[in-house]
Ligand binder design. Structure first.
Ligand code: KIV
Ligand code: NA
Length: 265
């Protein structure tokens, strides 16, 4: 199988083919996601929530991201693997940003990194790109800034924030990013940004007009039972599927029906 590259993603936008992106954090899930034909697998810092049970993405460390990323890379035969730089590993210090990105690339074997923010982190992005590491941007509801926002509600509804987001998107493109995630912003704004950019936009809660879509795999599979924001389409109900299987196992053990004679040596 031929590996998806950042160049192929650009060609997809150019010919109007949508880009499919989904998170994964471990080998077994990444193998399923890759096998299903995903274009991009994101080792998101949402691992902090989904894998570790933290309330926010802030606590996850660079070492933990590298562990998740290396597991995903071993499973991804076709997908481009993009890894989030975690909170505190790139903001405000471009040298630290570069060494964080280099560690991810070297120690996990991933293909690109993703950073949250616009003009504020331009120097960090430039430095990483100078080292030959592809960078994906992330604008709108950037969860590493949740304590600044104070809420997970939709961003850039006001003119000032929308204007800044449009400028940031152009800045990311000018710096050399190969794509940008737009999270939880009005569909109309996401459409404007998508049309103004040559590089692909990947939306999550950003309407129908982005060049691709991304979701958290546990959310779309219905493993996170309580989580049902409007933007999320739930493609399965794995919490219940798995719960049924596991309850049946417990029952079989208690009833002494597992293992049976044939299931022993
Ligand atoms: O960490 C993550 O899962 C993400 C996506 C939601 C874009 O950054
Ligand atoms: Na993220």
């Amino acid at each position: 199988v031929k590996r998806i590259t950042t160049h192929i993603l650009q060609e997809m936008k150019n010919r109007g083919e949508k880009i499919a992106m989904l998170t994964a954090y471990d080998y077994s899930m990444a193998a399923i996601v890759d096998n299903a034909g995903m274009d991009i697998i994101l080792v998101g810092d949402s691992a902090s929530n989904v894998m570790a049970g933290h309330e926010t993405t802030l606590p996850i460390t660079l070492d933990q991201m590298i562990y998740h990323a290396s597991s995903v890379v071993r499973a991804a035969k076709r997908a481009l693997v993009v890894v989030d730089l975690p909170f505190g590993s790139y903001q405000g210090n471009s040298k630290e940003a570069l060494s964080s990105a280099i560690r991810i690339m070297k120690e996990s074997g991933a293909h690109a990194v993703k950073l949250e923010g616009g003009v504020e982190i331009a120097e960090s992005i430039s430095r990483i790109l100078t080292a030959g590491i592809p960078v994906m941007g992330h604008l709108g509801l950037t969860p590493q800034s949740i304590y600044k926002f104070g809420t997970y509600t939709v961003r850039a509804k006001e003119e000032a924030e929308a204007t800044k987001l449009k400028e940031d998107a152009l800045k990311l493109q000018e710096l050399g990013c190969f794509g940008v995630v737009l999270e939880k912003i009005p569909a109309k704004l996401a459409k404007q940004v998508t049309e103004s950019l040559i590089i692909p936009t990947i939306g999550i809660g950003a309407g129908q007009n982005c060049d691709g879509q991304v979701l958290v795999v546990h959310d779309m599979l219905g493993i996170n039972k309580g989580f049902k924001p409007r933007f999320l389409r739930q493609y399965s109900n794995l919490f219940d599927v798995m719960n049924d299987a596991i309850q049946t196992y417990v029952g079989d053990v208690k009833a002494k029906s597992f293992p049976n004679e044939k299931e022993g040596y």
